[in-house]
Design a protein around this ligand. Structure first.
Ligand code: URA
Length: 231
């Protein structure tokens, strides 16, 4: 199934595809071996000290993944938004509300899945009193992939859902479009099946009500398919 993008972002190169060289991380950073975690709570503590990319400097806090520790389905978003950054929890803002409603309608209990983001700190641009979302670049996604890999090891889901291009890059390690994988089953490096779908924030930006509803139904169908695959 092809995914039609709103014209505004349709042709533009997604930042997730752009190679960006980041400066070396700060010297206070722990090595990967030191933070190899034995539990999700230990992982969250280690993530709180992350300096792998500069995003930690401006964010309020890290937003680790949350959910069932043996979830059969793991859903990956882009990065925390303003509300998530303040709450320290993923998908609690407007996109989270849309996501929650879709889960309910699809018959998927949120407490039975694991929800996380490809990038664990909020990237934004200050605009007066507001903080405007900025899409993470390829360097930031690739640096944060280490944490996503840790979550994958600990939860070991039977199926993954990538919501949007940033999540796809985080899981596959290379730029891939949602439309090229939508309706098919991809695989990450260790063989775990992957369902690609749109990001709930993208659904929120569709102005035409009829189109939005059609795309929301397609999003729900993707979630349902993944849930079925998870057994
Ligand atoms: N968008 C995301 O990708 N993740 C969140 O946690 C919230 C909004």
């Amino acid at each position: 199934m092809a995914t039609s993008l709103p014209k505004r972002i349709g042709k533009r190169e997604h930042p997730a595809a752009r190679r960006v060289d980041l400066p070396d991380r700060e010297e206070t950073a722990m090595t990967d071996a030191e933070v190899e975690a034995a539990s999700l709570s230990a992982l969250a503590e280690a993530e709180a000290n992350c300096t792998r990319c500069p995003l930690y400097r401006d964010a309020t806090q890290v937003v680790p993944g949350e959910g069932h520790r043996q979830a059969r389905m793991m859903v990956v978003g882009e990065q925390p938004g303003d509300k998530e950054d303040l709450a320290g929890r993923p998908f609690v803002g407007p996109a989270g509300r849309l996501f929650d409603a879709a889960l309910v309608q699809a018959g998927i209990p949120r407490d039975q899945i694991f929800i996380t983001n490809a990038v664990k700190h909020f990237k934004f641009e200050p605009r007066g009193k507001r903080r405007l979302h900025r899409t993470p670049n390829a360097g930031e996604i690739d640096r944060c992939k280490w944490w996503l890999g840790q979550e994958l090891k600990l939860v070991a889901p039977a199926v993954l859902v990538a919501m949007g291009a940033t999540a796809l890059r985080g899981l596959l390690g290379r730029p891939t479009t949602i439309s090229s994988l939508r309706g098919k089953t991809g695989r990450i490096e260790d063989g775990t099946p992957l369902v690609a779908t749109v990001h709930p924030s993208w659904l929120l930006r569709i102005r035409d009500a009829e189109t939005r509803e059609k795309e929301r139904m397609a999003f729900m169908a993707d979630l349902r398919r993944a849930w079925k695959m998870a057994g």
